[in-house]
Design a protein around this ligand. Structure first.
Ligand code: ADP
Length: 235
C-alpha cells in the first residue's frame, strides 16, 4: 500500500510521516518512508534545491509546467528505488508525492487553466512516467499563517542555507496552495483531510498522529477487503 502524506510546507508532514512509520513498525508491519523531493539523492532533486533557492528566478517567473517537470523527473529517477520499497514492504509512506505537484503548480493558475495544468501533471507522472498511484492521500490541513510559524521552528535543511525557501517565505502563495489542496481533498477519490487546528489552536503531534493512524489502518483493512481507501468522513 502506498500512502502519501500531503500538505503545505510546515504542516507537519515530515513529523507525521515518521510517526506513522514508527507505529506501523511497532505493529509488526514491514513499512518504509520515502521523502520527496529527494534533494540530495537524485540529479533532479538537487536541481529542485536550486529552484527553491531562487536560482532560476522568482516563483512567478518559472512556468509551472517547467517547475512541475523537475519534481516529476525526481520521481521518475526514483522509480526503481520506490518500486523496490513497494515490493519489499506492506506499506510505503511518501512524505509528499504527485499531489504536491498538482497543488503547488496548480496554485499558480486558476479555473480551466489550473485544471488543464493538473491533468498535464497527472498525464506526465502517472501516464508517461507510469509512476504508481497512491492508495491513500492524507492531507494535513493547516492555515498558511500557522504553517509559517512552524517553518520558523525547522532545523537546517541540506538543500538551502535560508531559514525559508522561496515557497515557504511566501504566505500568499502558501495560502493559495492550501486552497488547491482543499479542492483536491473534496473531489479526488482516496483523499482524507486531517484538520490540524482545533478551536483555532494547533493540535498536538500525538493527537494528529492518532487520527492519521486511525485513517491509515482503516484504509489498510479496507484495502485487504478490496474496498476504497477513504470513506471521506471528516473528523
Ligand atoms: P513539513 O514536513 O510539513 O514541512 P514538519 O514536520 O517539518 O513540516 O514540521 C515543521 C516544524 O513544526 C517542525 O519543527 C516540527 O517539529 C513542528 N511541528 C510539526 N507538527 C507540530 C505540532 N502538531 N505541534 C507543534 N509543532 C509541530
Amino acid at each position: 500500500m502506498l500512502i502519501a502524506i500531503e500538505g503545505i510546507d510546515g504542516s507537519g508532514k515530515g513529523t507525521q510521516a515518521k510517526q506513522l512509520l514508527e507505529r506501523f513498525l511497532a505493529a509488526g508491519k514491514a513499512a518504509a518512508l520515502v521523502s520527496f523531493p529527494r534533494y540530495s539523492a537524485t540529479h533532479f532533486g538537487r536541481t529542485i534545491g536550486r529552484f527553491l533557492n531562487g536560482e532560476f528566478g522568482a516563483l512567478d517567473q518559472v512556468d509551472p509546467h517547467l517547475a512541475a517537470t523537475l519534481y516529476a523527473a525526481d520521481r521518475l529517477e526514483s522509480k526503481p528505488f520506490l518500486q523496490e520499497k513497494l515490493s519489499a514492504h506492506d506499506v510505503v509512506i511518501c512524505d509528499r508525492y504527485v499531489a504536491s505537484n498538482a497543488a503547488h503548480q496548480g496554485a499558480k493558475r486558476t479555473g480551466d487553466e489550473r485544471r488543464a495544468l493538473q491533468q498535464w501533471i497527472s498525464q506526465t507522472e502517472f501516464g508517461v512516467f507510469d509512476l504508481p498511484r497512491p492508495d491513500l492521500v492524507i492531507l494535513l490541513d493547516l492555515p498558511a499563517t500557522t504553517a509559517q510559524e512552524l517553518i520558523a521552528r525547522k532545523a537546517a535543511r541540506d538543500y538551502t542555507s535560508k531559514k525559508a525557501d522561496i515557497q515557504e517565505a511566501d504566505g500568499t502563495y502558501l495560502a493559495g496552495v492550501r486552497d488547491v489542496y482543499l479542492d483536491l481533498a473534496a473531489t479526488e477519490p482516496n483523499w482524507c483531510r486531517v484538520a490540524c487546528l482545533k478551536d483555532g489552536e494547533l493540535r498536538s503531534v500525538e493527537d494528529i498522529g492518532n487520527e492519521v493512524w486511525q485513517i491509515a489502518t482503516s484504509a489498510l483493512e479496507r484495502a485487504a477487503c478490496g474496498g476504497s481507501s477513504c470513506s471521506k468522513q471528516q473528523p
